[in-house]
Design a protein around this ligand. Structure first.
Ligand code: PLP
Length: 369
């Protein structure tokens, strides 16, 4: 199988898996007072340091959670009496909280409309405001000017959260430089295990827990820590910076794929090609061929891709991200996401291009009615 769906989940790094294997065999609960408990506590704190270093968190606390979804839920639910502004392109774990009172529009090229955001902030000057905008979009890979947005939000006294789930291991993520107050990351998107993620929160943010009970994670997130997964997260954090340094190769492969597809089929649409994107992501519409038809074709050819907007039932929905960008719904329904990893080869890219061209030619020959 050729795996090109790394934005859904990445292959676990063998070194990460090895580190976790030994730990998973031990009865580790970080709240226990005996030797195993002390070992568990030390392992959690070591992983916490590794994650903090990875994103250059200095005046922040790293709160371990179970998933990017939980971290995003926590960021949106944990501040009392705040008015919440989010963009229309956020992940479902932000949008489906239903806490937002206002939606920040995006431009046709998928970037937050800064002037519109400023207008909203002016309207609510003097109120407690939380703004949540993702650092990069999981479907298009489009990267937002978060530093600029955070500065603007702070100018109006607001709190700024960013969902950086898709960014770690692909581009540099520095919470201090970005100047955001809360940042979400998730281990399984960059060579770590599923079941470990974090919300990284500036010390001065009055965040309240959404899970209460045993007081773990310094009272911010109750529940016995998933020690093996947290250690895997810490180990993946060590390799993430190295992975970023290899991303120029991934970007070159992505550009080659896009170039060859465009040369063969000038009417296909590559979303976000003119703006800053993650180096591994390409969302391409093959006009007239539905995403699920394309997915099946590639699956039969043993190439794993995604529509970018599949829900947990596996059903392909029209992408809310493309709709928010003003893309014609008929075109949005023909989009397919390629999300490469550092191990994808030229040969695999060649195979993908071949299969893409095959389907495109077949669809072009079909009589139109
Ligand atoms: N945010 C973004 C941008 C994502 O792409 C995802 C997962 O696809 C999530 C949040 C949720 O992360 P998790 O799968 O760890 O719950």
């Amino acid at each position: 199988m050729i795996y090109m769906d790394n934005n859904a989940t990445s292959l676990i790094d063998p070194q990460v898996l090895a580190a976790m294997n030994d730990i998973a065999k031990m009865p580790l609960n970080a709240s226990s007072l005996h030797a195993y408990g002390r070992k568990a506590r030390a392992l959690v704190e070591q992983a916490r340091d590794g994650v903090a270093k990875l994103v250059n968190a200095k005046k922040h606390r790293v709160i371990f959670t179970s998933s990017g979804t939980e971290s995003n839920n926590m960021a949106l639910a944990g501040l009392d009496n705040y008015k919440i502004l989010v963009s229309g392109i956020e992940h479902a774990s932000v949008l489906k909280m239903g806490r937002q009172e206002f939606s920040i529009p995006v431009t046709a090229n998928g970037i937050i409309a800064i002037a519109a955001l400023e207008g909203l902030l002016q309207q609510h000057a003097g109120e407690k405001i939380l703004v949540s905008v993702m650092l990069a979009n999981n479907e298009t890979g489009i990267v937002q000017p978060i530093k600029e947005i955070a500065q603007l939000v702070h100018q109006y006294g607001g709190v700024m959260h960013t969902d950086a789930v898709q960014c770690v291991g692909k581009i540099a993520v520095d919470i201090t430089d970005l100047g955001v107050d809360m940042l979400t990351i998730s281990a399984h998107k960059f060579g770590g295990p599923q079941g470990a993620a974090a919300l990284i929160v500036a010390n001065n943010v009055p965040l309240r827990p959404i899970l209460v009970g045993g007081g773990q994670e310094y009272g911010y997130r109750a529940g016995t820590e998933n020690i093996a997964a947290i250690c895997g997260f810490g180990a993946a954090a060590k390799y993430a910076v190295e992975n970023v340094s290899k991303m120029y190769k991934v970007a070159a492969l992505r550009d080659k794929i896009e170039g060859e597809i465009k040369a063969f089929a000038p009417n296909c649409v590559i979303f976000g090609q003119d703006v800053l994107r993650l180096p591994n992501t390409s969302l391409i519409a093959m006009p007239g061929v539905a995403s699920d038809t394309q997915l099946m074709h590639f699956d039969m050819a043993e190439i794993a891709l995604s529509s970018g907007s599949a829900c947990s039932s596996g059903k392909v929905e029209t992408s809310h991200v493309l709709l928010a960008m003003g893309v014609n719904p008929a075109l949005a329904q023909c989009a397919l996401r390629i999300s490469l990893g550092i191990d994808n080869t030229e040969q695999e890219a060649g195979q993908l291009i071949l299969k893409w061209q095959e389907l495109y030619s077949r669809a072009s020959e079909r009589p139109k009615n």
